[in-house]
Design a protein around this ligand. Structure first.
Ligand SMILES: CC(C)(COP(=O)(O)OP(=O)(O)OC[C@H]1O[C@@H](n2cnc3c(N)ncnc32)[C@H](O)[C@@H]1OP(=O)(O)O)[C@@H](O)C(=O)NCCC(=O)NCCS
Length: 159
């Protein structure tokens, strides 16, 4: 199996990206709150925020997006890799690198994210990449988790 390629999400990828997020969250993990997640995802896409996809041929097998919450704070949205391309293919790592490169290019001071507590492997992945837990009292102004009860992380981007 050759490694998927990572590139910017174009209009032709949007519906497949949304389906991937729904499939992993709702079908695979059976999580509540998927409608809220998809709603904020579509808002960020409609606002023209940058998203990236991992493609296996023409198929979208991974995604992530960089939203903003005001000021110089970025918000990571929708990091999802299809099950058969996880853990070892480097897809999540490549998507995260693209997102952080863009965040630095946009002059952002930090990137925050929130994630359902069940995604423990993802939390290890974020910590290894340099993210640290973001406590409720330290949340940037205007930022709230997409779904109540989600855990939050942040990474500072020194200039
Ligand atoms: C978490 C996730 C985004 C990581 O992306 P990925 O493509 O699987 O990760 P990579 O292949 O780039 O691996 C990066 C590192 O994390 C490790 N890793 C990733 N997922 C892992 C898992 N489930 N279990 C153990 N290790 C894992 C890899 O072994 C690798 O370690 P290394 O750098 O020491 O070699 C992806 O597994 C995923 O989509 N999981 C399901 C949905 C999810 O949790 N999304 C996040 C919601 S916030």
């Amino acid at each position: 199996m050759s490694a998927p390629t990572v590139g910017r999400c174009g209009p032709e990828h949007v519906e497949a990206l949304v389906r991937l997020v729904e499939q992993v969250r709702a079908d695979e993990y059976e999580l509540p709150g998927t409608a809220q997640v998809i709603g904020s995802l579509r808002q960020a896409l409609a606002a023209g925020r940058p998203f990236w996809v991992a493609l296996d041929g023409d198929e979208v097998v991974g995604c992530v997006g960089l939203d903003r919450c005001g000021g110089d704070v970025g918000v990571l949205r929708a990091m999802f890799i299809a099950a058969e391309f996880r853990a070892g293919h480097g897809v999540g790592t490549a998507l995260l690198r693209a997102l952080l490169d863009e965040a630095r290019a946009e002059g952002l001071a930090e990137v925050v994210l929130d994630s359902h507590p069940c995604f423990t492997a993802a939390h290890r992945f974020y910590r290894r990449a340099g993210f640290t837990p973001l406590e409720d009292g330290d949340r940037p102004a205007g930022y709230a988790p997409t779904v109540p009860g989600n855990v939050c992380f942040r990474i500072a981007l020194p200039r």
